[in-house]
Design a protein. Structure first.
Length: 340
């Protein structure tokens, strides 16, 4: 019974934290493989990137996320390949989820300007936690108003465990418009730390995202019309009872990127998902490096206590191989180059 109670407690902590087990990035297009498996190879170049997020640093116990990824597009195979490593941790009970994921996507040319991509993801995930900070009833001394370090309750040991996680996604786009959808955790792996308990599974996360690019002209005579551009974009996801909408705009002018986004469900009175305004500043270098920083300003009553969230992204895009080889073109898919 005690195992069951502890398992329920772990599940409650993860879900009630507002992340429904899955961590979130405010710069969701700067974490493309995490957003949608069909994004593997979408730039039609080679791409390496990393993400870091510190959520609620004003609290004694916060959330931290690290991600690193690499993807590559093969013109011969019309396919994208990718690999990613993610690690998410809550500092109080040190509930940690780490994974290594492998991606594949295929490009189908629908028309001269329209492309459809579909992809899959297979991840090996490990979850662990530390029970050192658990407090039981017999530790609380009401009269002395303190907490005793010793408990008579027998806390069962557990080991970190691994599971297979499967996800799929699709994406349709041209150089101005993009629309994607993804389903993560379709095999709904179990959440319990104990093999003999079946008290819950990880809900499927359904997501949709899209946007429109508005070219603002080239920087010079030989440049692209997308050298300067504005983008309006949105991302919606639902996992179990949790729903979230991100909607915003970004502007690239020269090498400077600026953006403003809103996270929440507009028009719904009393909805706890009215969360943040997100301010973004970035830089795009001629070398193919894109760096972004964002800050989440929380709109809720506890926003001043949590101190929002800080996030940093780094991407490097390059052409791997000789552009003179058969079926290789030295070009960038402007639809997904600079966005964060």
């Amino acid at each position: 019974m005690k195992k069951a109670l502890l398992t329920i407690w772990f599940t409650f902590i993860l879900l009630s934290a507002g992340i429904a087990q899955d961590f979130q990035y405010s710069q969701f297009y700067a974490a493309p493989l995490y957003l949608n498996p069909a994004m593997a190879g979408a730039t039609e170049l080679s791409r390496a990137g990393a993400n870091y997020r510190k959520q609620w640093p004003g609290l004694s116990n916060d959330f931290t996320a690290y991600s690193a990824y690499f993807d590559h597009y093969s013109y011969d195979l019309k396919s994208g390949f990718g690999v990613a490593i993610n690690s998410f941790q809550e500092s109080n009970m040190k509930i940690k989820t780490s994974d290594i994921s492998f991606f594949y996507s295929y490009k189908l040319q629908l028309a001269e300007d329209w492309v459809f991509r579909f992809g899959g993801q297979a991840a090996i995930v490990q979850r662990s936690a530390v029970l050192d900070n658990l407090v039981f009833g017999d530790q609380i001394d009401i009269f002395a108003q303190n907490i005793n370090p010793v408990t008579l309750d027998d806390v069962p040991d557990f080991e970190p465990y691994n599971y297979l996680d499967l996800s799929f996604g699709a994406l349709v786009h041209n150089e101005y418009f993009f629309l994607g959808a993804a389903a993560h955790h379709i095999n709904q792996p179990g959440l319990s730390f104990y093999p003999d308990e079946s008290l819950g599974t990880l809900p499927v996360k359904w997501g949709g995202h899209g946007g429109i690019n508005f070219p603002l002209g080239a920087n010079d005579y030989f440049g692209s019309k997308f050298d300067n551009q504005a983008t309006v974009m949105a991302s919606y996801k639902q996992q179990g009872p949790f729903k979230q909408l991100d909607i915003g705009t970004q502007l690239l002018y020269g090498s400077v990127i600026g953006g403003l986004s809103y996270r929440g469900i507009p028009g719904t009175r009393g909805n706890a998902n009215h969360d943040s305004l997100i301010f973004l500043l970035g830089i795009k270098l001629e070398s193919g490096i894109v760096i972004g920083y964002s800050y989440d300003f929380m709109l809720s009553n506890i926003g001043s206590q949590t101190k929002g969230a800080h996030e940093i992204s780094l991407r490097y895009l390059f052409l791997w191989g000789n552009p003179r080889d058969r079926n290789r073109r030295s070009r960038i898919n402007d639809c997904f180059y600079y966005m964060m």
